[in-house]
Design a protein around this ligand. Structure first.
Ligand SMILES: Nc1ncnc2c1ncn2[C@@H]1O[C@H](COP(=O)(O)OP(=O)(O)OP(=O)(O)O)[C@@H](O)[C@H]1O
Length: 339
């Protein structure tokens, strides 16, 4: 659609990870959604891995934060700063063709027009010539290789860091959808709270995330493993290491996982009957980092009684879909363009 002088990119501004996909090059940026802010100048000093490595080690004038909450940055200025910094880091700003940058950026299904406008304006203020917004779930479906423009219903469950989004997609549009402000970060927090209550031990969220990845199981029945958790004893104030079992980690995450199952059920209940057959035939496609949780496929299969498939690159599906969607905007009725 565009000439070779144009750069076409897809951006996934996730709560946990920011990814940029460039047509012809693939994923060119994939780093944590962390920024280091200079509290004196209010300017961003670092983003991604560089900023994450500063956590706990920053001088007084630097604050390290995760600015994207539940897939949305509420502050327009901060959004513009992050995107400008991102454009510099990905070197688009140095390119003389920058004025021909065409960006597709994803947004949560339930984000407000004000939040979407803020993202579009921020990207345009960075110099993007055209900006289009695509819903996360549609991008995830495209990235997972589903035939979104065909009259076949597909069900996407995207379990990200801050949100779980569920959508039934047919003919390129969302037929039914629900979003929950619970994702992988809540599971980490559940583990922190569980260990604090049961053992009077305070662990960090990064430790909790590692426990989740190594020994966290979505299903109650699994081969039990034991690992160790390191933190600060809340009684003595001293560092302490305790053994912790995969059963306990499952127990900690159980309630949040049940809430995810509930919104999948609710979305299925709203599926028009003539599309239900497709969902029965094709099942549910899982995307987002949460798709990598041990046993999640089995849990959903047992509770929802439908086939469950994990997308080929679950962490990258959304940005790959955003990157591909740029040429699809005339077919995809749910892609909201703001050129
Ligand atoms: N192997 C794994 N097991 C369990 N969880 C994992 C694994 N790998 C990544 N995750 C979790 O996936 C989450 C990040 O997923 P993803 O990058 O899809 O989120 P995001 O797009 O940044 O967030 P959102 O869509 O909510 O804005 C984190 O909570 C991370 O802990």
């Amino acid at each position: 659609m565009f000439t070779n002088n144009n750069i076409e990119i897809g951006i996934d501004l996730g709560s946990t990870n920011i990814l940029v996909h460039q047509k012809g090059k693939g994923i060119i940026f994939n780093e944590p959604s962390v920024v280091a802010i200079n509290t004196n100048t209010k300017q961003i000093e670092a983003i991604g891995i560089e900023a994450k490595n500063m956590i706990g080690k920053t001088p007084e004038h630097l604050e390290v934060i995760y600015p994207i909450k539940n897939g949305v940055i509420s502050d327009y200025n901060r959004t513009a700063q992050i995107l400008t910094f991102l454009m510099k880091k990905t070197k688009f700003k140095k390119s003389f063709t920058f004025k021909k940058l065409h960006a597709t950026i994803t947004a949560p299904t339930n984000s407000t027009p004000v939040e979407r406008r803020a993202i579009v304006d921020a990207l345009k203020s960075c110099g993007a010539k055209t900006v289009q917004i695509i819903e996360n779930t549609i991008a995830a479906a495209i990235g997972a290789g589903l035939p979104v423009d065909e009259p076949i219903a597909n069900m996407i469950v995207d379990i990200g860091g801050g949100t779980t989004e569920v959508a039934i997609i047919s003919y390129g549009g969302v037929v039914a959808c629900h979003s929950l402000k619970i994702g992988g970060e809540q599971l980490d927090d559940d583990i922190v709270q569980y260990i604090r209550k049961k053992y009077n031990l305070l662990i960090g969220t990064q430790t909790a995330e590692l426990l989740k990845m190594e020994a966290g199981y979505a299903t109650e029945n699994h081969e039990e493993i034991t690992t160790s958790a390191r933190g600060r004893d809340l009684v003595t104030g001293l560092p302490k290491t305790i053994p912790i079992s995969s059963k306990e980690i499952h127990e900690a995450m159980k309630e949040s996982l049940e809430q995810m199952i509930t919104i999948i059920r609710t979305t299925l209940e709203e599926c028009p009957p003539e599309l239900s057959g497709d969902i029965v035939d094709y099942g549910i496609i899982l995307t987002g980092g949460g798709a990598l949780l041990n046993g999640i496929q089995q849990l959903l299969n047992e509770k929802i009684n439908l086939p469950v498939h994990i997308a080929p690159s679950p962490l990258e599906a959304v940005v790959i879909g955003a990157g591909k969607a740029i040429g699809m905007k005339n077919n995809n009725k749910k892609v909201k363009a703001a050129n």
